[in-house]
Ligand binder design. Structure first.
Ligand code: GLN
Length: 208
Protein backbone atom coordinates (compact mmCIF):
# COMPACT_ATOMS: atom_id res chain seq x y z
CA UNK A 1 0.00 0.00 0.00
CA UNK A 2 1.27 3.42 -0.84
CA UNK A 3 0.47 5.05 2.49
CA UNK A 4 1.60 8.65 2.08
CA UNK A 5 -1.91 10.04 2.07
CA UNK A 6 -5.47 9.10 1.27
CA UNK A 7 -7.78 6.12 1.48
CA UNK A 8 -5.35 3.28 2.05
CA UNK A 9 -6.80 1.61 5.17
CA UNK A 10 -9.86 0.12 3.46
CA UNK A 11 -7.69 -1.36 0.68
CA UNK A 12 -5.41 -2.83 3.26
CA UNK A 13 -8.32 -4.51 5.03
CA UNK A 14 -9.48 -6.13 1.77
CA UNK A 15 -6.00 -7.34 0.85
CA UNK A 16 -5.61 -8.90 4.28
CA UNK A 17 -8.98 -10.64 3.98
CA UNK A 18 -7.72 -12.07 0.71
CA UNK A 19 -4.70 -13.50 2.47
CA UNK A 20 -2.08 -10.96 1.38
CA UNK A 21 0.68 -9.79 3.61
CA UNK A 22 0.50 -6.00 3.44
CA UNK A 23 2.89 -3.25 4.28
CA UNK A 24 2.54 0.50 4.29
CA UNK A 25 4.96 2.06 1.83
CA UNK A 26 6.21 5.46 2.96
CA UNK A 27 9.77 5.61 1.64
CA UNK A 28 12.13 4.12 -0.93
CA UNK A 29 13.27 1.44 1.52
CA UNK A 30 9.72 0.12 1.78
CA UNK A 31 9.11 0.46 -1.94
CA UNK A 32 12.09 -1.70 -2.83
CA UNK A 33 10.62 -4.57 -0.85
CA UNK A 34 7.08 -4.90 -2.21
CA UNK A 35 5.91 -7.30 -4.94
CA UNK A 36 2.92 -5.17 -5.86
CA UNK A 37 1.53 -1.79 -4.98
CA UNK A 38 -1.91 -0.28 -4.41
CA UNK A 39 -1.96 3.47 -5.09
CA UNK A 40 -5.10 4.63 -3.29
CA UNK A 41 -7.51 7.50 -3.75
CA UNK A 42 -6.83 10.77 -2.03
CA UNK A 43 -5.45 13.96 -3.52
CA UNK A 44 -3.22 13.38 -6.51
CA UNK A 45 -1.39 16.71 -6.24
CA UNK A 46 -0.49 16.05 -2.60
CA UNK A 47 0.51 12.47 -3.35
CA UNK A 48 2.62 13.60 -6.27
CA UNK A 49 4.42 16.15 -4.06
CA UNK A 50 4.99 13.64 -1.29
CA UNK A 51 6.32 11.09 -3.78
CA UNK A 52 8.74 13.64 -5.19
CA UNK A 53 9.86 14.78 -1.74
CA UNK A 54 10.44 11.25 -0.49
CA UNK A 55 12.43 10.37 -3.63
CA UNK A 56 9.98 7.61 -4.41
CA UNK A 57 8.79 9.18 -7.64
CA UNK A 58 11.75 8.09 -9.75
CA UNK A 59 11.84 4.65 -8.18
CA UNK A 60 8.11 4.13 -8.61
CA UNK A 61 8.34 5.22 -12.22
CA UNK A 62 11.15 2.76 -12.92
CA UNK A 63 9.44 -0.08 -11.06
CA UNK A 64 6.14 0.55 -12.82
CA UNK A 65 7.76 0.51 -16.24
CA UNK A 66 9.65 -2.61 -15.15
CA UNK A 67 6.40 -4.51 -14.58
CA UNK A 68 5.49 -3.91 -10.93
CA UNK A 69 1.83 -4.90 -10.47
CA UNK A 70 -0.08 -1.73 -9.54
CA UNK A 71 -3.72 -1.15 -8.61
CA UNK A 72 -4.34 2.59 -8.88
CA UNK A 73 -7.67 3.92 -7.71
CA UNK A 74 -9.00 7.44 -8.29
CA UNK A 75 -6.02 9.69 -7.39
CA UNK A 76 -3.98 6.53 -8.07
CA UNK A 77 -5.37 6.44 -11.60
CA UNK A 78 -4.41 10.10 -12.08
CA UNK A 79 -0.83 9.36 -11.02
CA UNK A 80 -0.58 6.46 -13.50
CA UNK A 81 -1.88 8.51 -16.45
CA UNK A 82 0.31 10.08 -19.12
CA UNK A 83 -1.52 13.39 -19.36
CA UNK A 84 -3.42 15.43 -16.75
CA UNK A 85 -5.51 18.04 -18.53
CA UNK A 86 -6.22 20.18 -15.46
CA UNK A 87 -3.25 19.33 -13.25
CA UNK A 88 -1.03 21.84 -11.51
CA UNK A 89 2.25 22.68 -13.21
CA UNK A 90 4.26 20.84 -10.59
CA UNK A 91 2.05 17.75 -10.65
CA UNK A 92 3.62 14.56 -11.94
CA UNK A 93 1.95 12.03 -14.18
CA UNK A 94 3.99 8.85 -14.23
CA UNK A 95 2.90 7.87 -17.73
CA UNK A 96 2.48 4.20 -16.85
CA UNK A 97 -0.68 4.06 -18.93
CA UNK A 98 -1.20 5.99 -22.13
CA UNK A 99 -4.28 7.92 -21.00
CA UNK A 100 -5.43 11.50 -20.57
CA UNK A 101 -7.47 12.48 -17.51
CA UNK A 102 -9.36 15.45 -16.23
CA UNK A 103 -8.65 15.43 -12.48
CA UNK A 104 -12.03 16.54 -11.23
CA UNK A 105 -13.84 15.83 -14.45
CA UNK A 106 -17.15 14.96 -12.82
CA UNK A 107 -17.36 18.50 -11.48
CA UNK A 108 -16.94 20.04 -8.08
CA UNK A 109 -20.60 20.56 -7.22
CA UNK A 110 -22.17 17.15 -7.82
CA UNK A 111 -18.86 15.53 -7.15
CA UNK A 112 -19.81 12.18 -5.67
CA UNK A 113 -22.16 9.50 -6.91
CA UNK A 114 -22.66 5.78 -6.84
CA UNK A 115 -23.77 3.58 -9.71
CA UNK A 116 -23.77 -0.08 -10.71
CA UNK A 117 -21.41 -0.71 -13.61
CA UNK A 118 -21.01 -3.61 -16.00
CA UNK A 119 -17.45 -4.88 -15.90
CA UNK A 120 -16.12 -7.02 -18.70
CA UNK A 121 -15.36 -10.46 -17.31
CA UNK A 122 -17.59 -10.17 -14.23
CA UNK A 123 -21.01 -11.77 -14.46
CA UNK A 124 -22.78 -9.38 -12.06
CA UNK A 125 -22.58 -5.57 -11.88
CA UNK A 126 -20.10 -3.87 -9.55
CA UNK A 127 -21.39 -1.09 -7.29
CA UNK A 128 -18.98 1.77 -8.02
CA UNK A 129 -18.49 4.74 -5.67
CA UNK A 130 -17.17 7.89 -7.36
CA UNK A 131 -15.75 10.62 -5.10
CA UNK A 132 -14.36 13.69 -6.88
CA UNK A 133 -13.32 11.21 -9.52
CA UNK A 134 -11.23 11.86 -12.58
CA UNK A 135 -12.71 11.52 -16.05
CA UNK A 136 -10.60 9.57 -18.50
CA UNK A 137 -10.82 11.52 -21.74
CA UNK A 138 -8.54 9.42 -23.94
CA UNK A 139 -6.88 6.01 -23.79
CA UNK A 140 -4.13 4.67 -26.03
CA UNK A 141 -4.55 1.53 -28.16
CA UNK A 142 -2.64 -0.66 -25.69
CA UNK A 143 -4.96 0.15 -22.79
CA UNK A 144 -7.84 -2.26 -22.27
CA UNK A 145 -11.11 -0.59 -21.20
CA UNK A 146 -13.07 -2.91 -18.90
CA UNK A 147 -15.91 -0.62 -17.84
CA UNK A 148 -17.36 2.73 -18.85
CA UNK A 149 -19.79 5.29 -17.47
CA UNK A 150 -21.44 7.60 -20.01
CA UNK A 151 -18.89 6.57 -22.62
CA UNK A 152 -15.87 7.37 -20.43
CA UNK A 153 -13.55 4.57 -19.31
CA UNK A 154 -13.70 4.00 -15.53
CA UNK A 155 -11.79 0.72 -15.26
CA UNK A 156 -8.73 0.08 -17.41
CA UNK A 157 -5.91 -2.37 -17.52
CA UNK A 158 -2.56 -2.76 -19.15
CA UNK A 159 -0.83 -5.99 -18.14
CA UNK A 160 -0.18 -5.94 -14.38
CA UNK A 161 -1.51 -2.40 -13.97
CA UNK A 162 -5.23 -1.90 -13.27
CA UNK A 163 -6.75 1.51 -12.63
CA UNK A 164 -10.21 2.65 -11.57
CA UNK A 165 -11.75 6.12 -11.58
CA UNK A 166 -13.90 5.02 -8.62
CA UNK A 167 -13.20 3.63 -5.14
CA UNK A 168 -13.50 -0.18 -5.36
CA UNK A 169 -12.51 -0.52 -1.70
CA UNK A 170 -15.74 1.11 -0.50
CA UNK A 171 -18.34 -1.28 -1.91
CA UNK A 172 -17.89 -4.35 0.28
CA UNK A 173 -17.08 -6.25 -2.91
CA UNK A 174 -13.60 -7.69 -3.31
CA UNK A 175 -13.89 -8.93 -6.89
CA UNK A 176 -11.69 -6.25 -8.47
CA UNK A 177 -8.93 -6.61 -5.88
CA UNK A 178 -9.17 -10.36 -6.24
CA UNK A 179 -9.03 -10.16 -10.00
CA UNK A 180 -5.99 -7.87 -10.01
CA UNK A 181 -4.21 -10.14 -7.53
CA UNK A 182 -4.94 -13.28 -9.50
CA UNK A 183 -4.08 -11.71 -12.86
CA UNK A 184 -0.71 -10.65 -11.52
CA UNK A 185 -0.05 -14.07 -9.97
CA UNK A 186 0.01 -12.76 -6.41
CA UNK A 187 -3.20 -14.50 -5.41
CA UNK A 188 -3.36 -18.02 -6.78
CA UNK A 189 -6.18 -20.57 -6.80
CA UNK A 190 -8.83 -17.91 -6.80
CA UNK A 191 -11.25 -16.33 -9.18
CA UNK A 192 -12.66 -12.84 -9.40
CA UNK A 193 -16.10 -14.39 -9.68
CA UNK A 194 -15.93 -15.95 -6.22
CA UNK A 195 -18.50 -14.48 -3.84
CA UNK A 196 -18.38 -11.04 -2.38
CA UNK A 197 -16.88 -12.22 0.88
CA UNK A 198 -16.85 -8.82 2.54
CA UNK A 199 -20.51 -8.03 2.95
CA UNK A 200 -21.85 -4.85 1.50
CA UNK A 201 -20.78 -1.92 3.61
CA UNK A 202 -21.57 0.95 1.33
CA UNK A 203 -19.56 4.12 1.10
CA UNK A 204 -20.05 6.98 3.46
CA UNK A 205 -17.31 6.81 5.99
CA UNK A 206 -14.69 8.12 3.66
CA UNK A 207 -14.50 11.61 2.27
CA UNK A 208 -11.50 11.61 -0.06
N1 GLN B 1 -9.83 14.37 -7.93
C1 GLN B 1 -8.90 13.98 -6.90
C2 GLN B 1 -7.49 14.38 -7.28
O1 GLN B 1 -7.27 15.19 -8.07
C3 GLN B 1 -8.96 12.49 -6.67
C4 GLN B 1 -10.13 12.14 -5.81
C5 GLN B 1 -10.08 10.77 -5.21
O2 GLN B 1 -9.02 10.12 -5.19
N2 GLN B 1 -11.17 10.37 -4.64
O3 GLN B 1 -6.56 13.90 -6.75
Amino acid sequence: MLALQGAFAAHEAILRTLGCETRQVRNTRHLVEVDALVVPGGESTTMSNLLARSEMLTMLHAKALGGLPIFGTCAGLILMASEICDGRDDQHALGVLDMAVSRNGYGRQIDSFETDIEVRGLDAPFHAVFIRSPVVTRVGPDVEVLAEVDGNPVLCRKGPVTVTAFHPELSGDDRLHRRWLSQTGILRHSSAQDGRGLGRSRAGAQTE
